[in-house]
Design a protein around this ligand. Sequence first.
Ligand code: SF4
Length: 241
Amino acid sequence: MPDGSPEIFFTLQGEGRHTGAPSVFIRSSLCNLHCHWCDTPYTWNWKGKNLSHESGQTYERSEQIIQLSADQVAEIAGKHGCSRYVFTGGEPLLQERSWLELMAHLSESDADSHFEIETNGTLLPCEDFLKKINQLNVSPKLANSQVTEKLRYKPEICRDLATTGKADFKFVVGNQTDLEEILAIISAADIPADRVYLMALAATPAQLDRNHAWVAEQALAHGFSYCDRLHLRLYGAKRGT
Ligand code: SF4
């Protein structure tokens, strides 16, 4: 966070099947993609790397990363008295072993701890991780991310994640072209319709208001769920919420 503290915060889950549930979010740095419109470019867009982002802004890596041990993170995250944890990024699966360690610490102090992870669908977690995690929120990226298909499109990984029975797939959709691409991914990866959430492309509440009705209509037409952006409605595009 700008004040030098780690981005660990207590808020309402804003997306997906647990929308509205009080949750502790833990944001890890680093990503294996570099989406043009990423809303957390401070996790990967380092000065000198020559990656492109719509904001044109780059970040000093040493100013954006704080290194903590799993027990330090558990102490900070555990103080909210909430047993629902969401691991986010960046791409959190790049630090899979550390999350496993963290889950062990948190489960030790509260056996009812519930763990969710948000991931871009390009990395397959190990068996231990899949046993321990309760919910995977997978968000495969489309051509509109401006990331090469080779890096972002991994239908075989999405298929494996779908077979775990723990994965929901959340797609950000802005127009008909996006929707067609999404339908092709769903078909290639055999993702069951009841695991698909469509979410409107929006960075502000005003953009959300402009796009949500069409996206909701498409969700209904294809038997998918519509996913709002509760945190955007409640807090706007604000870091740490
Ligand atoms: S995968 Fe997610 S965190 Fe990584 S660049 Fe894309 S939007 Fe940002």
